[in-house]
Write a protein that binds this ligand. Structure first.
Ligand SMILES: C[S@@+](CC[C@H](N)C(=O)[O-])C[C@H]1O[C@@H](n2cnc3c(N)ncnc32)[C@H](O)[C@@H]1O
Length: 239
């Protein structure tokens, strides 16, 4: 285990994980017992336990090389094999950026939701490419409003999922992970970058501590009046 992975495992509380859990718990608590819930793009179904008072179903195309929980529907979210108005609630976490045609999927989610039904969406504004090659977009708050309204939803609320310190924590985590530590990397194609190697190591080590600190700070004080969020969270209702 490297120094960075030791610190990450024992000290790095990624504030996004905690905020995602909070938003999903709150959405679940508001769902009446017995509601039929769809987890759209469910992956490992990590929020399923919050919906134990509901009837839970999941849909995922299971095309990424990673572990999946067993989906109720193995399908593209652009075409979910259920009747109109089946679900009372939909959770749609960290999926919208992976869709080549997000409006078509939002219209499909609108179709399968009951009138008056609610959908929780969380999606990144600032995040590195992941689940390649299925990674297409990042979303501003204006894109969310535009797409949701065109798909037939009314926005109940939209807010930053983390505060700016969460975004900073993520940027420092990226530095800690990606700055090369091996001095040989600094010798090619010319020799002079080797003089920057000690500085790069110092920045890398500092970034580990700064990432851990800013993530913790983000959970203690959520700053949303400056900088920019890593993710937006919104709840919408089917008109
Ligand atoms: C970043 S993961 C998020 C998983 C889960 N929602 C969570 O928050 O833990 C994105 C998920 O969306 C699924 N996905 C991406 N594009 C899809 C599509 N067009 N149709 C169905 N599922 C899709 C992927 O298989 C993956 O499980």
């Amino acid at each position: 285990m490297t120094f960075a992975s030791f610190i990450k495992r024992h000290f790095m509380t990624n504030s996004s994980r905690e905020y995602l859990a909070r938003y999903n718990r709150r959405f679940a608590t508001d769902a009446p017992p017995g509601s039929l819930v769809l987890d759209a793009g469910a992956g490992e179904q990590q929020y399923r336990p919050y919906f134990s008072h509901c009837n839970y179903e999941s849909a995922d195309f299971e095309m990424v090389d990673k572990p999946y929980a067993k989906s109720t529907y193995v399908c593209d979210l652009g075409s979910i094999p259920v009747e109109d108005g089946r679900f009372d609630r939909i959770i749609f976490n960290q999926v919208q950026e992976h869709l080549p045609d997000p409006l078509a999927v939002l219209r499909e989610l609108n179709r399968v939701l009951k009138p008056g039904g609610k959908l929780l969406c969380t999606a990144p504004l600032f995040y590195e490419e992941h689940e390649r090659p299925f990674d297409f977009y990042r979303y501003t708050q204006f894109a969310h409003r535009h797409l949701m309204e065109r798909a037939g939803f009314q926005i109940d609320w939209l807010e930053w999922m983390e505060g700016y310190f969460g975004t900073l924590g993520y940027q420092f985590q990226g530095m800690a992970q990606h700055i090369p530590a091996n001095p040989v990397r600094y010798l090619k194609p010319s020799f002079w970058p080797i003089f920057f190697w000690p500085f790069a190591l110092f920045v890398k080590a500092s970034a580990v501590l700064l990432a851990a600190s800013f993530y913790r700070l983000d959970l203690a004080m959520k700053i949303t009046d400056r900088g920019y969020p890593k993710n937006y969270a919104l709840v919408v209702t089917k008109n």
